[in-house]
Ligand binder design. Structure first.
Ligand code: ADP
Ligand code: MG
Length: 903
């Protein structure tokens, strides 16, 4: 039989006898974390004590595991009575007293630590007894009680439900932290992004926070943006020492000044973030940590265990750093569904162009479909798909580094196992095809790109010659199909050209550097190119502005045109300046698709909003360079750069020819890149007009309230409605939902750079909503401002959606008929595990994302929403509600919904 008392100083092998919590503390202490002094009464000590009644205990437990759940309470009574009959052996008592003499303070924490507790899958969160502020002379008694705490009814229920045996209970005796504030820290969001830390904090002892007995603040830390977001609530209570009884704890009213203050300040959050890092270094990722700050602001860690309920499955990584430039902010479903399709098409084509065979392309077809993700309304690259594509195409290794740099990817791709010789040989034909294609396209780039441009010009001319308003919606749908195919045909070569542009520019830059040219030479060489198509709209704008500078009347007319709100007059607004009007009109026709967020179909284009162009010209006239100055400036830069390059290579004539070749390749490809981007913008311009024309029909026919609503639909939904191949004819309903989602998304601030999920991506609460739903400011009960009156918003803690009847539970011991009901309560504790086992969902007024109830809810897979203010007063027994444990939305269903909700 081992020692009854173990501690920080015991050998590592002793951890096995300390229970899960004790072993965690041992490791924390050895890892240098600030753990309050403690010792442990071993699991063997408990076994030894209960040995005389072990056979009886075993037979009752066997009955618990296999028998009727209704008999749990009786079994619990029997077990506790059996245990109470055998006191702590005198030797154990003496050992405890002796160890206690080594601890400071007058009151202690006495905490159960079962062997099966704090495991990877079963937390036993809150199921076993913990006593705080226990006076010295009561410690033995409390240790004895902890040893029996696995026999409590709730613990037996948990054991039965999870098939988890807690084993013998070790007991931790620990110095008390006089906790000014305390709470829980999860080093990963339990049901959201793996890149988020979550902290739930309350005033006073942590018992109140983990037990949902006090009001809490929630703070989220985004590791990528390195920033905190918090939801601070009004707090009314805290758990403190019960001085009157001389020990134990009680719930007390908060002094008013604490109630409205955030529980944690910047410094404390930073201390927690650091602790999270240290603990992850020690214990690995995804930890559930309990902590407290003492009145001097010192942080103490009281527990670290695995998060039991992190989603499993494949890791998906989304990155916005590059694509956000093209699709800034919330991007409409119409745009996203269009570009998703376009990316799939173009990347399939480029894989073929670069020699990836049909079989291989088909085997990997999902990656083409998933080059992009749409999360919280924002567009992301799905990095996994990009890496897979790169792996499919030979020779991308070198390019990959460039691409990663472009994306700012700091921890590069998962290490590949290296190429095996046999695979390398098998890959040879494909490598040859790729190399051949790259060389062929490089050699014939000019004719290929020119042909693409000519063809594009033809498509655009034909499109612009059409009178879209004379086509009916079905004709427009047909036109969409043929136009999108035509536009994308052969477009993948522009990506090959991008590669040449990047590689060529890299070579030029390197050559200049080696020849000792000045650092900015490269930029000036490129920017000075008169033929860059991207420079042309700026020149046109500068010329128009020149005309305005010298003509006050024109400036006045322009200011009027810029202020126009409704249907703008376009070039017709300048009847007294026919030359200017012509230039204005020409700009609209040639460059009208070049504008802010031009690749988003919902963006206002100059073509449709000439007042925007009027505004641009005015601004240019006020503060920009004149066309002549701009041209001179560019030429001077370019001349200087050329002179600098000549000077640099005069000393290295052997490298001059190579430099000239690289410069030729780079300039040619940069030119084509700019012109193809312009054409792409024009392609989006055509699509924008086409969708608008279709939307006008739908508005006229009453399918949409307004033509603008079309952007809330996906391409398939829109065309499906028009052609009769759609499955949901209620376009207005779809629009309504999307509009409200859009409001939530837009309120979420800037797009995140990187998101990582495990398993089903859609099952994670979106980061926008994972922020604990703050009770709407001034909204009282009734949830967020964006939700309908019969909808209540809280914090979704455990995913899943159910529709069922409400049962408001005020006294859990009296609740009998809970099966299949949505339990609504003011607060819960882990003892509710009984009720939770049979319920359909749980909605709680108080509570937090990380409380014991939330943890158990997730372990049981029970949709759980906490923090729904006044749920008990606004919901009544028998109401039918839909609970979404992911988004935290509770919707009261009317009689119509009820029918619909029925299976
Ligand atoms: N030494 C201590 N000083 C102050 N608070 C403590 C101490 N030990 C535990 N607590 C608080 O009591 C809470 C419950 O204790 P714990 O033994 O972890 O029970 P459980 O297993 O139910 O989480 C902890 O979350 C912590 O906030
Ligand atoms: Mg705990």
């Amino acid at each position: 039989m081992g020692d009854a008392i173990l501690s920080f100083r015991s050998p590592p092998g002793a951890r096995a006898s300390m229970g899960g919590k004790g072993a965690g503390l041992y490791e924390l202490a050895h890892g240098g974390m600030a753990v309050p002094e403690w010792f442990c009464v071993s699991a063997q000590a408990a076994e030894e004590r209960l040995a005389p009644v072990a056979p009886e205990i075993a037979s009752i437990l066997a009955e618990v595991d296999s028998g009727e759940p209704e008999r749990l309470a009786k079994a619990s009574g029997g077990l506790v009575a059996l245990g109470a009959d055998v006191p702590l052996p005198a030797a154990t008592r003496e050992a405890i007293e002796a160890a206690l003499a080594g601890l400071d303070g007058e009151r202690f924490a006495v905490r159960s630590s079962a062997a099966g507790e704090d495991g990877a899958t079963d937390s036993f969160a809150g199921q076993l007894a913990t006593f705080l502020h226990v006076p010295r002379d009561e410690v033995c008694e409390r240790v004895a009680a902890c040893q029996l705490s696995a026999f409590a009814p709730a613990a037996l229920a948990y054991r039965r439900q999870r098939g988890a045996d807690p084993g013998a209970v070790a007991v931790i005796v620990q110095e008390m932290v006089t906790s000014r504030s305390s709470g829980v820290l999860f080093t990963a969001n339990p049901n959201g992004s793996l890149d988020e830390l979550v902290v739930v904090a309350g005033w006073g002892l942590g018992e109140g926070v983990v037990g949902d007995a006090v009001e809490t603040d929630t703070f989220l830390y985004d590791r990528l943006t390195e920033s905190w977001r918090g939801t601070v609530r009004e707090k009314r209570s805290r758990i403190v020492l019960d001085e009157e009884s001389g020990g134990g704890t009680r719930r007390a009213q908060l002094p008013p000044d604490l109630g409205t203050r955030p529980v944690l300040g910047e410094e404390q959050l930073e201390a927690l973030r650091q602790a999270a890092e240290e603990i992850e270094a020690l214990h690995g990722p995804a930890r559930d940590v309990e902590w407290a700050f003492d009145p001097d602001g010192r942080l103490a860690i009281t527990q670290s265990r695995p998060i039991t309920t992190l989603p499993r499955g494949e890791l998906s990584i989304f990155d916005s750093s590059n694509i956000v430039e093209s699709y800034p902010g919330v991007t409409s479903p119409l745009t996203f569904s269009y570009i998703r399709c376009a990316y799939a098409r173009v990347f399939r084509d480029i894989a073929r162009r670069l020699g990836v065979g049909r079989r291989e392309r088909e085997r990997n077809d999902d990656l083409f479909e998933n080059m992009l993700g749409h999360l919280d309304g924002r567009v992301y690259y799905n990095l996994g798909s990009w890496y897979r594509l790169f792996r499919l195409v030979p020779f991308t290794g070198a390019y990959l580094a460039v691409w990663e740099e472009m994306l700012g990817i700091k921890n590069p791709r998962p290490t590949s196992a290296g190429t095996r010789p046999l695979a390398a040989v098998r890959g040879l034909p494909r490598a040859a095809r790729t190399a051949g294609s790259l060389l062929w396209n490089l050699a014939f780039l000019t004719p290929v790109m020119e042909r693409l441009r000519t063809r594009f010009g033809g498509i655009e001319r034909r499109f612009r010659a059409l009178s879209l308003d004379e086509l009916d919606s079905v004709e427009l749908a047909r036109l969409y199909r043929s136009l999108s195919l035509e536009l994308m045909d052969g477009w993948d070569v522009t990506l090959v050209n991008d590669v040449y542009a990047i590689v060529g520019s890299g070579l030029v830059r390197a050559a200049l550097e080696r020849a000792g040219a000045e650092a900015d030479t490269f930029g000036a060489l490129m920017a000075g190119d008169e033929e860059l198509e991207s420079a042309l709209p700026a020149q046109s704008l500068a010329l128009l502005a020149d005309a305005v500078r010298s003509d006050a009347r024109l400036a006045e007319a322009l200011a009027e045109a810029a202020a126009l709100d409704g249907e703008p007059g376009g070039a017709g607004a300048f009847p007294h300046h026919p030359d200017f009007a012509r230039g204005f009109q020409e700009h609209l026709e040639r460059w009208g698709d070049r504008h802010l967020a031009e690749l988003k179909l919902e963006s206002p284009s100059l073509r449709h909003h000439p007042q925007l162009l009027a505004g641009l010209i005015l601004r240019q006239a006020e503060s920009g360079r004149s066309a002549g100055e701009a041209r001179d400036h560019r030429r001077r830069l370019s001349d200087e750069a050329h002179a600098e390059a000549r000077r640099a290579f005069a000393r290295a004539p052997s490298r001059r020819a190579l430099f000239a070749l690289a410069l030729y390749i780079a300039r040619r490809s940069v030119r084509y890149r700019e012109s193809s981007r312009m054409d792409r913008a024009r392609g989006f311009g055509m699509m924008r007009d086409l969708f608008r024309a279709m939307a006008t029909h739908l508005e006229r026919e009453g399918a949409l309230d307004s033509a603008e609503d079309v952007f809330h639909l996906t391409v398939d939904e829109l065309l499906g409605f028009v052609t009769g191949s759609g499955v949901d004819p209620d376009l207005r309903g779809i629009v309504e939902r999307r509009r409200s989602a859009g409001r939530t998304w837009r309120a979420d601030g800037p797009t995140r750079e990187r998101l990582r999920f495990r398993g089903t991506v859609g099952s994670h609460p979106s980061p926008a909503r994972a922020a604990p739903a703050a009770p709407a400011a001034g909204g009282g009960a009734g949830g967020g401002a964006s939700t309908a009156p019969q909808t209540f918003a809280g914090t979704g803690c455990s995913a899943g959606t159910v529709t069922a009847e409400v049962l408001v539970v005020r006294d859990p011991s009296e609740a009998t008929d809970t099966a299949g009901k949505v339990l609504v309560a003011e607060m819960t504790d882990p003892g509710w595990v009984f009720l939770m086992m049979s319920a359909a969902a749980l909605v709680v007024e108080r509570g937090s994302l990380l409380s014991h109830t939330a943890i158990i809810g997730r372990e049981l897979g029970l949709p759980t929403v906490v923090g729904v203010e006044r749920a008990c007063s606004v919901l009544c027994d028998g109401d039918r509600v839909e609970v979404d444990g992911r988004s935290g939305v509770v919707r009261v269903l009317g009689p119509d919904d009820a029918r619909e909700g029925a299976p």
